[in-house]
Design a binder for this molecule. Structure first.
Ligand code: T5A
Length: 211
């Protein structure tokens, strides 16, 4: 029987360097002879990418609840169509954002609360948990500054600072309650220092995983 693959996620607010570090994690795993399927949320499937476009660029109003349901719809399709089949055939999966993002942005940022997010996941039968999560954390203003250098903000990036403060708090609370899984990385440092922290946490995970 094939061993199940590991599920790794990257989380954090806008501009903290998820994409940059995704490439780093992928390279580290490759050095270890592990090929990884790289994907993202919202998105990762045809349906998910269509929902992503709506979520980030809808010009019509989107209620907090509708936003949560669309994020969760994208996730359900992603889990069923891509992530679970890959893990079952022994493939490792590296995902840029997953359920923690809904706890942070919709639970915290949109003030829907962690219970509502958890209940919807329960109702939709989404029980998959990452084996390890890198939460890239840094002062919000610095991340937004990095994003601003990139050009036009999307619908969520246009939110007020208080929204991101609540999302960051929710992320850190989640990390505090699941320290074994969620590794908080100081993302405000120079890139090589950030990558060193990621390497250390990933190597410890690999040693532990291999027993
Ligand atoms: N969302 C998502 C929800 O609300 N609920 C959910 O359930 C889910 C799944 C998705 C949006 O959807 C929301 C959250 C988001 O608002 P996204 O595009 O996936 O949007 O997320 P973004 O955070 O916008 O992702 P980005 O790709 O735009 O940012 P990254 O990946 O965090 O940052 P990255 O790596 O592109 O880096 C940004 C810039 O900083 C530089 C990079 O070179 C780049 O220019 N940089 C550094 N500069 C200096 N020092 C470092 N250490 C640096 N690291 C990177």
């Amino acid at each position: 029987m094939t061993d199940r693959g590991c599920f790794i996620t990257l989380e954090g607010l806008e501009g903290v360097g998820k994409t940059t570090n995704r490439e780093h994690v992928e390279a580290l795993l490759k050095q270890e002879g592990i090929s990884v399927l790289v994907t993202r949320e919202p998105g990762g499937t045809d349906l998910g990418e269509q929902l992503r476009h709506l979520l980030l660029h809808a010009s019509a109003p989107v209620s907090a609840e509708a936003e949560l349901m669309m994020m969760t719809a994208s996730r359900k399709q992603h889990v069923v169509e891509i992530i679970e089949p890959a893990l079952s055939r022994g493939q490792w999966v590296l995902c840029d954002r997953f359920a923690d993002a809904s706890f942070a942005y919709q639970g915290g940022g949109r003030k829907l609360g962690a219970d509502t997010v958890a209940q919807l996941h329960e109702l939709m039968n989404i029980h998959l948990q990452p084996d390890i999560t890198f939460l890239l954390d840094m002062p919000i203003a610095d991340g937004l500054k990095r994003m601003a250098a990139r050009g036009k903000p999307d619908r969520i990036e246009k939110e007020e600072l208080a929204f991101f403060e609540r999302a960051r708090k929710a992320y850190l609370e989640r990390a505090g309650s699941q320290p074994e899984r969620v590794k908080v990385i100081d993302a405000g440092l120079a890139l090589n220092a950030v990558q060193d922290q990621v390497s250390t946490a990933l190597n410890a995970f690999l040693v532990n995983h291999r027993g």
